[in-house]
Design a protein around this ligand. Structure first.
Ligand code: FAD
Length: 470
């Protein structure tokens, strides 16, 4: 066994939380080592999450547009077909370019990168089993746990990544399934359902809860569900899976109403289990040093990301809060700033959420349901993309902007956008909320014409006054 030199900061996990923390720490002049077990940096997000899913969403959208939208724009092909291996290769290339890019950023910022599985031996020492079969001990004055999350399995359903897949398997199917059943109507299930639906699969989403994406504003959610149904995605809500039979060629699922009742059978070629994610701390040795976790397995931290053990911190998916890459990155920067003796800050009320279907759904701040429940007097402004000139010009006008503002002060409380590029449009609203803007502030900001962003301005006008174009 060898021993790595003393570090100011050691980061366990090279995902968006960990690698960003490591780079920021090095930029702040701290001697930093990052330990990662998977052989590539970027974590879940780059390797089996955000990036490959967005690559496939884009490729499948192009195919879908070529078949369904191009002819009406006067672009005709004699034949359009899917070359699935080529589509997967493009996704894999995007992933490997980006993960290698992070290695480059580590070199540039002088972050020491240790490949292997890390395990605490003391609050200042991490033993690493290297891929070559060796062992090294990495020492650090401060250690940040950024080990992320893993797929949540469902009782009685064994994921084989062939017929019954997790999101990881759904990103790498070798054939387009005729029938795909998605268990769980969260954003990952809907995104992956969209990918395969666009490529020709018949997609049924089974969800225990009465609604899809529970965190979404309920009015926008209804529109969104209708849109997905128009795209031929089927929903079986308030339904639970009580049995799985993989003995035949495909999969037979036994379903039952959530409240109990008559059972039914649903057949599929492939079943995607996307019922959430759980914090990943297996084998990390948290018990040995006494790091506390909560009932859900998340590491307990204070507002400075400190765990119950002095000098040991935790960030990202492994602590409470939205399990999103950008939230993990914000955690990473703030945590390292605290370690460096500076002030860090993350506003968890203003973490945007995006579902990257088509149209996309993006939101920031509070939903109407939350505002109502809080008993706040509020105004609502809405503007449909059907009345937005750019959306009409490109014939992609399904969606709406919805703004909620406090009645008395006009201060914006929440913004919800369903639009082809809602994930980009939302940032005007994120910034507005950060600055405590009123809807009139957005309405009186000159927006370029013709852009989708004008719908945000018009919705803002509708919040405190009247819009022009509807
Ligand atoms: P992770 O990215 O999970 O990284 C943790 C890393 O730690 C892993 O690489 C793991 O190998 C390593 N590790 C764990 N234990 C050890 C150990 N003991 N020693 C060494 N290394 C270890 N989020 C978004 O914001 N936008 C999206 O569009 C989006 N799409 C997604 C799509 C899918 C299909 C999935 C599954 C997730 C998606 N997410 C998305 C969520 C996002 O991937 C996570 O929120 C994010 O990756 C969390 O970052 P993290 O750094 O906390 O953990």
């Amino acid at each position: 066994a060898s021993s790595e030199q003393d570090n100011d900061v050691v980061v366990i996990g090279g995902g968006p939380g960990g690698y960003v923390a490591a780079i920021k720490a090095a930029q702040l002049g701290l001697k930093t080592t990052c330990i990662e077990k998977r052989g590539a940096l970027g974590g879940t997000c780059l390797n089996v999450g955000c990036i490959p899913s967005k690559a496939l969403l884009h490729s499948s959208h192009m195919y879908h547009e070529a078949v369904h939208a191009f002819p009406s724009h006067g672009v005709k092909f004699s034949q359009v077909e899917v070359d699935l291996p080529a589509m997967m290769a493009q996704k894999d290339k995007a992933v490997s370019n980006l993960t290698r890019g992070i290695e480059g950023l580590f070199k540039k910022n002088k972050v020491n990168y240790v490949k292997g599985f890390g395990k605490f031996v003391s609050p200042t020492e991490v033993a690493v089993d290297t891929p070559e079969g060796g062992n090294t001990v990495v020492k650090g004055k401060n250690i940040i746990i950024a080990t992320g999350s893993d797929v949540k399995s469902l009782h009685g359903i064994t994921i084989d990544e062939k017929k019954i897949v997790s999101s990881t398997g759904a990103l790498a199917l070798s054939e387009i399934p005729k029938k795909l059943v998605v268990i769980g109507a969260g954003y990952i299930g809907l995104e992956m359902g969209s990918v395969w639906g666009r490529l020709g699969s018949e997609v049924t989403v089974v969800e225990f809860a009465p609604d899809i994406v529970p965190s979404m504003d309920s009015e926008v959610r209804k529109l969104f569900q209708r849109t997905l149904e128009k795209q031929k995605m089927k929903f079986m809500l308030k339904t639970k899976v009580v049995g799985v039979d993989t003995s035949g060629g495909g999969v037979k699922l036994t379903l039952e109403p959530a409240a109990g009742g008559e059972q039914s059978i649903l057949e599929a070629d492939v079943v995607l289990v996307s019922a959430g994610r759980i914090p990943f701390t297996a084998g990390l040795g948290l018990d040995a040093i006494g790091v506390q976790i909560d009932k859900a397995g998340r590491i307990t931290v204070n507002e400075r990301f400190a765990t119950s053990v002095p000098g040991v911190f935790a960030i990202g998916d492994v602590i409470p809060g939205p399990m999103l890459a950008h939230k993990a990155e914000e955690d990473g920067v703030a945590c390292v700033e605290f370690i460096a003796g500076k002030e860090g800050h993350v506003d968890y009320d203003l973490v945007p959420g995006v579902v990257y279907t088509h149209p996309e759904v993006a939101s920031v701040g509070r939903t109407e349901d939350q505002v109502k429940a809080a008993g706040v007097d509020y105004c609502v402004g809405k503007f449909p993309f059907m009345a937005n000139s750019r959306a009409k010009a490109i014939d992609d006008a399904e969606g709406v902007v919805k703004i909620l503002a406090e009645k008395e002060t006009d201060k914006i409380l929440g913004v919800h956008i369903m639009a082809p590029n809602a994930g980009e449009l939302i940032h005007e609203a994120v910034l507005a909320l950060h600055y405590g803007a009123s809807s009139e502030d957005i309405a009186r900001t000159c927006h370029a014409h013709p852009t989708m962003s004008e719908a945000v301005k018009e919705a803002a006008m509708a919040t405190y006054d009247k819009p022009i174009h509807i």
